[in-house]
Design a protein around this ligand. Structure first.
Ligand code: ATP
Ligand code: MG
Ligand code: FE
Length: 332
């Protein structure tokens, strides 16, 4: 089947055409980074306006690049949530318009299911599987026993991993979005700054990153007051090491407890070089298959929404014309 997928949950206007759940016929993105940069983060109202301006052009480009016409499509898929409501609604309404006018089924997709299903673009699932989702708004360990059946076994109690990266970047005076900048800087530094790791209760798969973030801010602040300078690359390296250690250790423990055959790294922070390497090292000598999607499928994109929509398609899960954007949707 051929699915046109749309993603507008945050600051990327994206459309893709996906065949059979894993063949990317086209994958088009308009990033709004330049518009939000001077505010140091995404401004919701500006995001909605940009989506409105870009969506039609992006859709046309996705269709042209895939070399398909609307009559070739079997369904239209769209991110229903979570995300910024005004941003989501632009995609939802575009999807409805196309589905309605071409009499196609409308497939609702959960944004995080999209991040997880990006793995499908690499290879078939091998169940039971475990996904470590690390993104701008989420840090979760998710067990998959079958297609599209998600069980969240752990999640962040405060900041998401990507959020911590962005805040630490800001403290270090790095431009938005800070994650990739901290990643680059960390590669040049030595992790010699003492920072905490929040392991929480021994059997917990939950995460906490706000203490680590505060420790970075306090360390820099105290040094400044003493007139000392801590090399920023060492702060970045220490922060990154602390994040990676807790992520990889908990993933390994969950993989063992649930006897999974496959581990998937998903979400924008999966673009992190240090984390990719640490995950590869962690599972190098184990029988567990590790899947890390290529960079463009880790951060927000519509190909992953098309991959997740394939699961909805197979299960015959469609939306009605009253489909809404849901900012705090639970994973399905
Ligand atoms: P969510 O998916 O939870 O709704 P989102 O869509 O805003 O949030 P993503 O697009 O999945 O998040 O990921 C963006 C996040 O990934 C940002 O916080 C960004 O800083 C972070 N990120 C991107 N590349 C890297 C990197 N190389 N190292 C660390 N963090 C990174
Ligand atoms: Mg984004
Ligand atoms: Fe995302």
């Amino acid at each position: 089947e051929i699915i046109l997928a749309i993603e507008t949950s945050c600051d990327e206007t994206a459309a893709a055409v996906i065949q059979g759940g894993n063949q990317v016929l086209s994958n088009v993105i308009a990033s709004q980074i330049q518009s939000h940069k001077r505010f140091g983060g995404v401004v919701p109202e500006i995001a909605s306006r940009h989506h409105t301006e870009s969506i039609t052009g992006i859709l046309e480009e996705a269709m042209t690049k895939a070399d398909v016409s609307f009559s070739d499509l079997d369904a239209v898929a769209v991110t229903e949530g979570p995300g910024l409501v005004g941003a989501l609604l632009v995609g939802v309404n575009a999807a409805k318009a196309i589905a309605f006018s071409h009499q196609l089924p409308l497939l609702p997709v959960h944004h995080i299911a999209g991040h997880i299903q990006a793995a499908r673009l690499e290879r078939e699932w091998n169940y039971p599987a475990l996904a470590l989702v690390v993104s701008g708004g989420h840090t979760e360990l998710v067990i998959l026993q079958a297609d599209g059946e998600y069980e969240v076994i752990g999640q962040t109690r405060d900041d998401a991993a990507g959020e911590a990266y962005d805040k630490v970047a800001r403290t270090l005076g790095l431009p938005y979005p800070g994650g990739p900048q901290v990643d680059k800087l960390a590669a040049e530094g030595t992790p010699d700054v003492k920072l905490p790791i929040a392991w929480l209760e021994p059997d917990s798969y939950d995460f906490s990153f706000s203490g680590l973030k505060s420790a970075v801010i306090n360390t820099l602040h105290n040094a400044e007051q003493r007139g000392e300078v801590i090399p920023p690359e060492n702060v970045a390296a220490s922060f990154q090491q602390s994040v990676i250690e807790v992520l990889t250790e908990k993933t390994k423990r969950a993989a063992e407890q649930y006897q999974v055959k496959q581990v998937v790294l998903a979400g924008g922070v999966a673009a992190n070089q240090g984390l990719r390497q640490a995950m590869e090292n962690m599972f190098a000598s184990s029988s567990v298959e590790l899947t890390i999607p290529p960079f463009p499928f880790c951060t927000d994109n519509a190909a992953m929404i098309g991959a997740a929509a394939h699961v909805q398609w197979k299960k015959n899960i469609t939306a009605d014309w009253d489909l809404n954007g849901v900012p705090d949707l639970t994973l399905y």
